[in-house]
Design a protein around this ligand. Sequence first.
Ligand code: KG4
Ligand code: ZN
Length: 343
Amino acid sequence: MSDRHDTTSRSVTILAIETSCDETAAAVVVDGRDVRSSVVSSQVDLHARFGGVVPEVASRAHIESLVPVVDEALARAGVDGADIDAVAATIGPGLIGSLLVGVSAAKAYSLAWGVPFVGVNHLEGHLHAAFLEDPDLVLPAAVLLVSGGHTLLVAMERDGRYRLMGQTIDDAAGEAFDKVARFLGLGYPGGPAIDREAGSGDPTAVAFPRGLRHQGFDFSFSGLKTSVVRYVKTHPEVAIPDIAASFQEAVVDILVEKTRAAAASIGARGICIGGGVAANSSLRERIVSAAHADGRRPFVPSRAMCTDNAAMVGATAWYRLRTDGPTPLDAAADPNLRLPLVA
Ligand code: KG4
Ligand code: ZN
C-alpha cells in the first residue's frame, strides 16, 4: 500500500455512505472526528402514506438519491475523489435491498479511486456517534442503543470491545413508539410525533406497565403497546397528549432504570446513549440527570447524530480501518449483522 493508505501517521479522509433503512446519507470525515460534511436525504415523505418503511420503495429511492447525495457531501467538504483515502458503507444490519445500494456504490468508488473499502456495522456506528462529538471517552461505559430495530444494553470495558448485558425480548423501543403513534393516528415516524405530543401531556395521567422491571437487563415493550391500545379503547375520553406522555414515561422509566443499574453493576465511569430513540427529549434529559446523580459522565449525541447518518459511519470506519484494516471487496451485506461482542 502507498503512503496515501497509511492510516497511522497522516490524516485520513473517509467518504462514508449509509443506506441501511430509509435515509440516504453520505459524509466526509477526517481522522474519525472532524466531520467536513454530512448530508442526509430522508425518504420519510415517501413512506408516510404507507405508515412505515416499504423495503422496495426504500431501495429504489436509495438508487435515485445516492449519487447526488455523495456529490453533495464531497462538494460541501470541498474535496473530490483524489482527496479520499477510504470509502466506507454500512454493511449491516438493515434492509438487504437498501444495504446493497450503499455497499455496491462504496465498493465501486473504492475500485475507481484505488482506495480501501470499509464495511461498517450500523449498530457500532450509532455507538460511535456519541464519541464522535465528545472524544473524551471514559471507560468502562454502559451504552444504551435504542433504535427502530434494536434495543441493546452494552458494556464497553475497553475501546471497541462490547459485552452484551441485555436486549429486548420482543419489540425494539423505536418500534413501540412507531406502533403506538400509528394507533393514536399521529403518523410516521412515530417517535418524534409522540415526543411532540407528550410535551403538552401529563406523564402521570395513566400508569402503563413497566415491562420486566427489576428483572435483569432485558427489555419488553410489546405488553406496553397492547396495554395502550386496550386503555384507549376503553377510555376514549382521555386526551392524546396524556396518553403519549404516559406511554413515553413508561418507556423512558425502564430505559433509564436499567441503564443506571447496568452502569452501577460494571462500575461505569460513563453512560452513553445512541440510536434514533436517543433523540427523545425525555430520555435525553433523564439519562443526563441520572448520570450526574450517580457521578458518571453522560455521552449524549446531538439529535441529528442519534438518527441515521453517515458521519457516524465515517467515524467508525476510521477506527475499524486502524484496528482491523480494510474490508475485502467480496464481503457481503448482512441484514442480520450483530454487534461484534466479547464474552
Ligand atoms: O436509528 P434510527 O434512525 O434508525 C434505525 O436504525 O432504526 O431510529 C429510528 C427510530 C424510529 O423508531 C423513530 O420513531 C425513533 O427512532 N425516534 C424517536 C425519536 N426520533 C426518532 N423515538 C422517540 N423520540 C424521538 N424524538
Ligand atoms: Zn439506525
